[in-house]
Design a protein around this ligand. Structure first.
Ligand SMILES: CC(C)(COP(=O)(O)OP(=O)(O)OC[C@H]1O[C@@H](n2cnc3c(N)ncnc32)[C@H](O)[C@@H]1OP(=O)(O)O)[C@@H](O)C(=O)NCCC(=O)NCCS
Length: 186
């Protein structure tokens, strides 16, 4: 068990067991992100999350293969059993419009996110990641994005992540072969 897990299981995780609200309306740029909230993902969210991660355009952008059928169920069974995982759905007017998550992968804590395509370009991913980072204090935090995924790299850059290394990664079940930027937030 990694040493840092205890820090991760402390107050940051406890806070994330509750709904997290974003900026107050007066803090919001009226032309930017609409008011979103985060709440822990539950099994009731899985049908919406399943549809969202099947979207071909989203997968082309993320350079991912969607998880189909049992692969999706198996993945989420593992997530719900993993006490180090912090999967939060992004709510806009009570509707699930995305997912932002922190999880322990390999040797390190990493983050990921996904926004439903109809809601792209409104600052939602940036705001949701900012809210997650305010409530998860463990550092360093890692992220990765295909170098072709300029939107995701921009989200990460706006939240303070910096590129550590760029590598050509081989294909696997989840990803086709692609050039991947590995980023870190210290
Ligand atoms: C990547 C993704 C999460 C972005 O979500 P979003 O809510 O639209 O992101 P935001 O609106 O917060 O910010 C996007 C930023 O990228 C910029 N951007 C968007 N498309 C871009 C492009 N093709 N090139 C460069 N920048 C781009 C936007 O202008 C914005 O930056 P700005 O605020 O400086 O103008 C969303 O497109 C998505 O879910 N894609 C599919 C899944 C995915 O790629 N997940 C991440 C895997 S690493």
């Amino acid at each position: 068990m990694p040493n840092s897990l205890f820090a991760f299981r402390g107050s940051p995780l406890r806070q994330m067991e509750h709904i997290v609200t974003g900026s107050t309306p007066q803090d919001l740029d009226p032309f930017h992100c609409p008011p979103i909230r985060l709440r822990p993902a539950s099994r009731d969210d899985l049908p919406a999350l399943y549809e969202m991660q099947l979207d071909p355009e989203s997968n082309a952008m993320a350079v991912t293969n969607p998880r189909v059928g049992e692969a999706f169920t198996t993945h989420w069974d593992k997530v719900f059993q993993d006490s180090s995982a912090v999967p939060m759905v992004i709510l806009l007017s009570e509707r699930v419009v995305g997912l932002v998550a922190c999880f322990y992968a390999g040797q390190s804590h990493s983050i990921g996110y996904w926004v439903q395509r109809d809601f792209w370009g409104q600052g939602i991913a940036t705001e949701a990641l900012r809210m997650l980072l305010q409530n998860v204090s463990v550092r360093p935090l890692y992220a990765q994005a295909a170098t072709s995924n300029k939107a995701s790299l921009r989200v990460l850059q706006k939240c303070g992540f910096q590129i550590d290394v760029v590598r050509l990664e081989p294909a696997c079940d989840r990803y086709p072969e692609c050039e991947v930027a590995h980023l870190v937030l210290v």
